[in-house]
Design a protein around this ligand. Structure first.
Ligand code: FES
Length: 272
């Protein structure tokens, strides 16, 4: 793990605000590029960094590493909740400002040497760590299919996806692509996949775990990235403990990537 005072290269709003009558309002989504060659050089897809977000936030905030380039920059893709102090601070950083970050942290995704066809399943903001994995996999000539599901047309711009990816869009209201939940499309693609990598809300993982056979996931290696509240990011505060089949684990240190089968989902769903 490295500590860095990263320089902001760019910070752009890529999605607008979202009125959500029954949930926290969203002011928009941003991509911030930070120059921190020491962290970029070590980063693996699925890992994250902790960022100190101003004096009003006592604790650092976790962010998945969204992309890495060969100039030593990492990108973070983040949603700004209207009442989120950390992300509201981050969106106000301008080019040349500094952001204190440490990482890379946690255990990321791993591609088996024998795999050829990789199926990525993203629910909403879950696309954040999967694009880093996509970039690496396409560079190494794997075939990548991305199933990307959102509630509606407010979603990550297709123009920012790598051109060689095979994209299957799903929206719950049918505005773009297939209508339904992203997991409903799994039976069509699971058979093709040598490995499946997913990132999304707990409800998505619960659906995958409970309907494994129906969705074609039985016998498939499925890695998922868990998102939890974090205090320290490196195994000290125990804020991110989950129960797995191998006992208690810390998402920041043992994860955030786990095998779908390892998590005791019924217990996790009661606590989230
Ligand atoms: Fe502190 Fe995981 S965030 S132990």
């Amino acid at each position: 793990m490295k500590q860095a005072l990263a320089t902001v290269i760019s910070n752009e709003k890529i999605l607008g605000e979202l009125e959500r009558p029954h949930a926290r309002a969203i002011s928009g989504s941003w991509i911030i590029w930070l120059r921190c060659p020491e962290i970029a050089a070590e980063a693996k897809s699925g890992q994250f960094v902790m960022a100190r977000c101003g004096e009003e936030c006592t604790l650092p905030r976790p962010f998945s590493i969204h992309r890495v380039n060969d100039r030593g920059d990492i990108a973070l893709f983040f949603i700004v909740w209207e009442d989120g102090k950390g992300t509201n601070w981050l969106l106000q950083r301008n080019q040349s400002d500094s952001v204190e970050i440490f990482g890379p942290l946690g255990n990321g995704f791993s591609i088996k040497p024998a795999s050829r066809n990789l199926l990525l399943v993203a629910g909403g903001i879950g696309i954040a760590p999967l694009l880093f994995l996509t970039d690496l996999a396409l560079n190494q000539r794997y075939s990548v299919t991305l199933l990307y599901g959102t509630e509606n047309a407010s979603r990550y711009p297709e123009s920012l996806l790598p051109p060689r990816i095979r994209l299957v869009s799903v929206t719950e209201d049918g505005a773009i692509g297939e209508k339904g939940r992203v997991t409903d499309t799994l039976p069509k693609y699971a058979d093709w996949a040598d490995q499946i990598f997913a990132c999304g809300p707990t409800a998505m993982y619960l659906d995958m775990a409970r309907r494994k056979k129906e969705l074609g996931l039985e016998g498939k290696p499925v890695q998922i990235s868990l998102e939890m509240r974090m205090g320290c990011g490196h195994g000290v505060c125990y804020a991110c403990t989950v129960r797995t089949k191998e006992g208690l684990k810390q998402v920041c240190k043992d994860g955030p990537v786990f095998d779908l089968d390892d998590i005791i989902w019924d217990e996790l769903s009661l606590n989230t």
